[in-house]
Write a protein that binds this ligand. Structure first.
Ligand code: ZN
Length: 264
């Protein structure tokens, strides 16, 4: 295996993610050392924070253009870089009147900003962040939320895990109906809570394990996803499938178990 080491960068704002459990999980699966590092953005200098400010997505229907941020937006970005829990004060997808109110970042551009981390070929950098990463899809000409950007450095967006795989259609209808009546959506959330992950969900560590595996398989084999829903490498488009493969099944399919065995 070309990698000797993985550096896992913490997202301290999401306390449900047990980083020690993730490190142990990886060290048990792969014969490489796993180092835990602080939130990568907290080390950013002013220029890097400016770069991050300029990759926000304001119009999901247009491919990437640099965002012309103002100074107060830059100041906020600087504060979020030091204290990522401030991201929780921004408007969530479920509360937004328009999607442009949500803080979204171009995932590939963010990856470019993080490339300075790559100093040798033997270290795989995996950044966990509560920034919502999105990528532009040429097929339907719009941005989509992404839970994971698989290359090196790889990015796992904890907000993307909540927002990218779809919730049940019935939930969206009920939430919309409640909103139309001026009511909160808590009752709909409660009704469907077994069908999708919510912010600060206790199941997040288990779910992140699957995304870590996708990142590592991608960097080793060039393939990240598995078609088999009974595999932790399954690329879930629905929250219920994500919960099924990561929580209920919680293992690799036969083919990928074999690949893993041969790697070590
Ligand atoms: Zn598989």
């Amino acid at each position: 295996m070309k990698f000797k080491k993985i550096i896992l960068y913490k997202e301290p704002a999401v306390s449900e993610i047990n980083i020690i459990q993730l490190r142990d999980f990886l060290e048990e699966k792969f014969s490489l050392s796993v180092q835990i590092a602080e939130n990568v953005f907290s080390q950013f200098n002013e220029e890097q924070v400016r770069s991050v400010s300029s990759i926000r997505i304001k119009d999901i229907k247009n491919s990437f253009t640099r965002y012309d941020y103002n100074e107060s937006e830059f100041e906020f970005e600087k504060k979020v870089s030091n204290d990522s829990s401030l991201m929780e004060s921004t408007i969530k997808v479920e509360n937004a009147d328009e999607i442009s109110q949500v803080f979204m970042y171009d995932g590939f551009e963010l990856q470019k900003i993080l490339r300075y981390l790559n100093k040798d070929e033997q270290t795989l950098h995996i950044i966990m962040t509560n920034r919502l990463t999105c990528t532009f899809d040429e097929n339907d000409n719009r941005y989509h939320a992404r839970a994971v950007i698989c290359a090196n450095p790889a990015i796992i967006s904890t907000t993307g895990i909540i927002e990218a795989p779809a919730k049940p259609r019935e939930y969206y209808f009920e939430a919309m109906a409640l909103k139309a009546q001026g009511l909160g959506i808590e009752s709909a959330k409660e009704k469907y809570k077994d069908k999708f992950l919510d912010y600060n969900d206790k199941r997040l560590t288990r779910i992140v394990e699957g995304y870590l595996l996708q990142v590592i398989f991608y960097n080793i084999t060039g393939e990240s996803f598995c078609e088999d829903i009974q595999c932790k490498l399954n690329n879930a488009h629905w929250q219920k499938d994500l919960l099924f493969s990561q929580i209920e099944i919680n293992s690799l399919c036969k083919k990928h178990s074999e690949i893993l065995k041969n790697l070590n």
